[in-house]
Design a binder for this molecule. Structure first.
Ligand code: HEM
Length: 472
């Protein structure tokens, strides 16, 4: 009270480009959204006002303290934000957790969370390693100089892993149909992410019709799997069983429609992100032979050629640092958002209610106040000493607060296993001259894919044996 009467706080509007009436900075942003956000941060700092789209004010926030305020300290004032979501998102994901809010989101998170606990993920390791081993077996049949599209390979792998984990099926007709149809759904959704004007999905254009047919194929297969499981009455103890049996406080289970929405949501959230992160990690390793060498030494020492188990993962410390650093340099979920219910004040700036706050891990992960050599791929960024004093939200590839990614342990476990198992047997080399450029759509992709060749590793003898061999 006293403070107010002496010096009333006049909170300001953050600096930023003016933008146009009605569309704000959207047209500039849509051309190359990531580059645009990088440039405005450089020019205006940690809090940038990006004008308004219609009546909604837009801001970009990149300082970890402000992110903590939004994700944690004042999270009651924040919903997930719309991120320019269109009709196609509602048709694809329905009320699935990623896009739902309020009481429904709280209920669904409570129902689904137990399936994602660390010990439950531990039970999925055998299936994960089996599916990775099948890919390696296929790769052994490929000539060394044959270029492979690594994102395609990784997405195929992570799709199979997540379908097996979620729905309990593998190599079935349903799996093939879901994977094929999803491609159409994904391309359609991606193309519309940054479109300023979106044609109504219900217009009977060939593209719209293809999209709707594809989403019907995905859901028909998911419904079929769910119904077969219900009818079989089998007592399998997997994720699908957990979801089918989960009950809320009133003893209610999820409706079939809700289960369909959650399965589509987790399938989409769970394979694109992990597969794309893995692709970037292979690219980064191919450009940093010393890091790759150190990785091989750790794998040879800890595993000595064995397939990794859940218990091995904590001992593969450098492998984990590579995974974390890969997701720092290329956070595939590169843009997150929140919307404030009531007026707020952040870093001394006034943020009117119902604004859209864009949070960009790609930029925060390079914030020079919190990262030394931010542009360099250095797994040591994640050594205990260097991580010790870093603010929690200087790094947020999985978002944060009460809506943080539900599948983070699943993803980290899966990615660490894939890196370990592939690098035990192969080196991946970028095809000379292959252009590498970012393509920030829903996820941060490589514009021209990543064309790489496989080189077999000749030995994975434990370091001690190799050292001995070199002295004789
Ligand atoms: C590298 C892999 C992954 C990345 C980078 C990632 C990233 C994210 C991000 C940024 C969010 C939004 C968090 C927020 O708004 O604060 C999210 C939400 C979510 N993710 Fe992931 N994710 C990954 C893998 C997975 C996997 C494997 C699954 C499940 C199998 C999954 C399921 C979910 C779900 C259900 C949500 C919604 C949580 C909620 O809104 O309460 N994700 N993820």
């Amino acid at each position: 009270m006293v403070k107010q009467s002496i010096s009333p706080v006049v909170s300001k509007t953050p600096p930023g480009p003016r933008g146009l009436p009605i569309v704000g900075c959207f047209p500039q942003m849509a051309r190359n959204p990531l580059q645009f956000l990088i440039e405005v941060t450089r020019q205006y700092g940690d809090v940038v006002h990006l004008g308004a789209i219609g009546s909604q004010q837009l801001y970009l926030l990149t300082n970890p303290d402000d992110l903590k305020y939004i994700f944690v300290d004042n999270n009651k004032n924040y919903t997930k934000g719309t991120n320019f979501k269109g009709q196609e998102v509602a048709i694809t994901f329905g009320n699935g957790l990623v896009h739902s809010e309020g009481e429904l989101a709280r209920r669904q998170r409570r129902l689904m969370q137990p399936a994602f606990h660390r010990e439950r993920i531990g039970l999925l390791i055998t299936d994960m390693t089996k599916i990775i081993a099948q890919m390696l077996e296929r790769w052994r049949g490929i000539e060394e100089n044959t270029p492979l599209d690594i994102p395609e390979q990784m997405l195929d792998l992570t799709q199979k892993i997540v379908i097996k984990a979620l729905l309990g099926v593998e190599g079935s007709r349903e799996t093939t149909e879901i994977i094929q149809a999803w491609n159409t759904v994904f391309v359609y959704n991606s193309e519309r992410t940054w479109a300023l004007i979106k044609m109504p999905v219900n217009l009977p254009t060939p593209k719209n019709l293809r999209f709707k047919q594809a989403i019907r194929t995905v859901e028909t297969n998911i419904y079929r799997i769910i119904r077969e499981r219900k009818q079989s009455g089998s007592d399998v103890d997997d994720m699908l069983a957990m979801m089918l049996n989960a009950r809320d406080e009133l003893g209610e289970t999820m409706s079939e429609q809700q289960l369909r929405d959650e399965m589509v949501t987790m399938f989409a959230a769970g394979f694109e992100t992990s597969g794309t992160s893995l692709s970037w990690i292979w690219y980064l390793l191919s450009q940093h032979p010393k890091v790759e060498q150190k990785l091989h030494e750790e794998l040879d020492t800890v595993l000595g050629g064995r397939t990794p188990t859940f218990e091995d993962l904590p001992n593969l410390k450098y492998t984990k640092m590579i995974v974390e650093e890969g997701m720092r340099v290329y956070p595939v979920a590169w843009l997150n958002s929140r919307s404030n219910i009531d007026d707020d004040e952040i870093a001394g700036y006034h943020i009117p209610s119902r604004s859209l706050l864009m949070l960009c891990p790609y930029i925060t992960h390079r914030h020079p106040s919190f990262w030394e050599n931010p542009e360099e791929f250095e797994p040591e960024h994640f050594s205990p000493e260097r991580s010790a004093n870093r603010p929690r939200y200087a790094y947020f590839p999985f978002g944060g607060g009460r809506r943080q990614c539900l599948g983070d342990i699943f993803a980290l476990t899966e990615i660490q296993l894939v890196v370990a198992m592939v690098a035990q047997h192969f080196r991946l080399k970028l095809v000379p001259g292959h252009p590498v450029e970012l393509k920030p759509l829903l996820t941060l992709q490589a514009r021209y894919g990543l064309s790489m060749t496989l080189e077999r590793r000749s030995s994975f003898a434990p370091a001690s044996r190799r050292d001995h061999a070199s002295t004789v």
